[in-house]
Design a protein around this ligand. Structure first.
Ligand SMILES: Cc1cc2nc3c(=O)[nH]c(=O)nc-3n(C[C@H](O)[C@H](O)[C@H](O)COP(=O)(O)OP(=O)(O)OC[C@H]3O[C@@H](n4cnc5c(N)ncnc54)[C@H](O)[C@@H]3O)c2cc1C
Length: 396
C-alpha cells in the first residue's frame, strides 16, 4: 500500500466517523456557516462539523500547523478534497480569508501580519471581505481611485468600494488603494489590511431588483490605517492583486465540488426528462449528456493540471482557464435544467414546488453571477489569449 493509499483510507475513516449524516446532504439556501466573530449555527450537527474540521486544521489543510493549518502537502490536500466530495460533505464554513488573502500573506506578508491574521482565518474566527471593485473600476481594476495618503506611521484613506460581498458582517477587509497618483496606473497601487471597526468606515447594503443582496458599498472617510498593515512594499499592490486573483479563481473553480447549496444536476435531469415534450426530448437528452461529459472532462483536466504542477510544470495560467470553464459549465447546466423544466421552473416560492424545483430559478439566476465575480468570462478569455496563448493585445 502506498503512502497516498494509506492517507486516503485514514481520511475516509475520519470523515465517516466525524461528518454527521445531516452534513452530507446539500444545505438549504442560507444554510452555510460564515466564518467570523459573529458565528452562528443552525443545528448541533452543523456546529460539530465546523468544530471538528477546525480542530483538524482542515479549514486550511495545506497551511503550516503553526498557523492553524493542517500541514498537508498538495497531494494530501487533493485527496482530502476528493474524499469530502465523494462523501458529499458540506463545506464546513465559507471564508474568503483562507481562500484569498491567507495564501497571499503566506507568500508575501510580514512575520507580524502572518502571526496576527493567519491563525484567526484558519480557525474561522475572523471574516474577511474584498475591497477591490469601485464604482468606476471593475474589469479595469487598475483604474481604482480610492486614495491612501501617508501621514507618519499611518495612511489616511478616502474613497469607496462597491460590490463588496458581505462587508456588513466582516471583521477585516483587504483592499487595493492608490498610494501614488503620479505613478503609472498600475505602479501607484498598494494593498492594505483594514480593520472594519476603524472610525470612518461605513457600510451600506445594496438592494437589487431581486430583493436583498449580499452586496455592500463601503465608504472611507479619513480612515487611519497603520503603515504596518500594508502588505508588501508600497506600489506592489498590483502584483499582489494578480497573485490573489489567481487564488480566487482557483477557489472559484472548485465551487460546487463540496456541496455548496446546489442542485444534484443528474438526479433532477433524470426526474424531468421523461416529463418533457416528446418532440424535444432527444435534443434535451443530448444537452444533459453533454453537460455531464463536460463536468467529467473538467474534473480530469484539473487532475491532469495538478499532476503537471507536481512535476514542476508552470500551470499558473490555467487558473483563468478553469475559472472560465467551471463558471460557464455551471451556467449551462442550469440553462439545461431550466429548458427541461419549462414553465414549471418559473416558480419562485410556494408550497406547490418541491425543494429542488423551488431552488432552480434562483440558482439559475445565481449561476450567472459566477461568470462575473472574480473577473468576468470575457476578461478570463483576454487573460488566456494574452498570457497563456501569447496573442497580441487588441489584435495588433
Ligand atoms: C457575485 C459577485 C460577488 C462579487 N464580490 C465582490 C467583492 O467581494 N469584492 C469586490 O471588490 N468585487 C466584487 N464583485 C465585483 C466584480 O469583481 C465585478 O463585478 C467584475 O470585476 C466586473 O466589473 P464591473 O461590474 O464593473 O463590470 P464592467 O467592468 O463594467 O464590465 C461590463 C461588461 O463589459 C465587459 N468588458 C469589460 N472590459 C472588457 C474587455 N477589456 N474586454 C472584453 N469585455 C470587457 C465585461 O466582461 C462585462 O460583460 C462581485 C461580483 C459578483 C457578481
Amino acid at each position: 500500500m502506498t503512502n497516498s493509499t494509506e492517507f486516503r483510507q485514514s481520511v475516509r475513516d475520519w470523515l465517516e466517523a466525524n461528518c454527521p449524516a445531516a452534513m452530507r446532504t446539500p444545505p438549504p439556501d442560507g444554510g452555510i456557516v460564515w466564518a467570523g466573530s459573529k458565528l452562528c449555527f443552525d443545528s448541533v450537527e452543523q456546529q460539530q462539523w465546523f468544530e471538528r474540521m477546525r480542530d483538524q486544521g482542515w479549514f486550511a489543510p495545506d497551511w503550516p500547523a503553526r498557523f492553524g493549518g493542517g500541514g498537508l502537502d498538495g497531494t494530501q490536500t487533493r485527496i482530502l478534497e476528493e474524499e469530502l466530495s465523494r462523501l458529499k460533505c458540506r463545506a464546513p464554513m465559507i471564508n474568503l480569508g483562507v481562500w484569498m488573502i491567507g495564501p497571499v500573506l503566506l507568500e508575501s506578508g510580514s512575520a507580524e501580519q502572518q502571526a496576527q491574521h493567519l491563525p484567526g482565518m484558519a480557525r474561522g474566527e475572523v471574516a474577511w471581505c474584498q475591497g477591490f471593485s469601485e464604482p468606476g473600476a471593475g474589469s479595469d481594476l487598475a483604474g481604482l481611485k480610492c486614495r491612501a495618503e501617508r501621514d507618519g506611521d499611518e495612511y489616511v484613506l478616502n474613497g469607496s468600494k462597491i460590490w463588496t460581498s458581505y462587508a456588513d458582517r466582516c471583521d477585516w477587509m483587504y483592499a487595493l488603494v492608490r498610494t501614488d497618483s503620479a505613478a503609472g496606473k498600475h505602479a501607484g497601487i498598494s494593498m492594505l489590511l483594514i480593520d472594519m471597526a476603524s472610525p470612518g468606515v461605513s457600510v451600506t447594503p445594496i438592494d437589487l431588483i431581486s430583493g436583498k443582496s449580499h452586496f455592500c458599498q463601503v465608504f472611507f472617510d479619513n480612515v487611519r490605517v497603520p503603515v504596518a498593515n500594508r502588505v508588501g512594499a508600497e506600489g506592489e499592490g498590483w502584483a499582489l492583486a494578480r497573485a490573489l486573483l489567481g487564488h480566487e479563481r482557483r477557489a472559484m473553480s472548485k465551487f460546487g465540488d463540496n456541496n455548496v447549496p446546489g442542485i444534484d444536476f443528474l438526479a433532477l435531469a433524470r426526474q424531468l426528462l421523461p416529463l418533457s415534450d416528446a418532440a424535444s426530448r432527444p435534443l434535451l437528452a443530448d444537452r444533459v449528456v453533454r453537460s455531464a461529459m463536460d463536468e467529467h472532462a473538467y474534473k480530469l483536466s484539473t487532475q491532469r493540471a495538478h499532476e503537471a504542477g507536481r512535476a514542476g510544470v508552470d500551470v499558473s495560467g490555467l487558473a483563468a482557464c478553469f475559472k472560465y470553464l467551471h463558471s460557464e459549465h455551471n451556467r449551462e447546466r442550469h440553462e439545461t435544467l431550466m429548458a427541461l423544466a419549462g414553465s414549471e421552473a418559473l416558480g419562485w416560492e410556494g408550497e406547490a414546488f418541491d425543494n429542488d424545483m423551488l431552488k432552480l430559478a434562483r440558482q439559475w439566476l445565481n449561476s450567472y453571477t459566477y461568470t462575473i465575480a472574480g473577473g468576468t468570462s470575457e476578461i478570463q478569455l483576454n487573460i488566456l489569449a494574452r498570457r497563456v496563448l501569447g496573442l497580441p493585445a487588441n489584435g495588433g
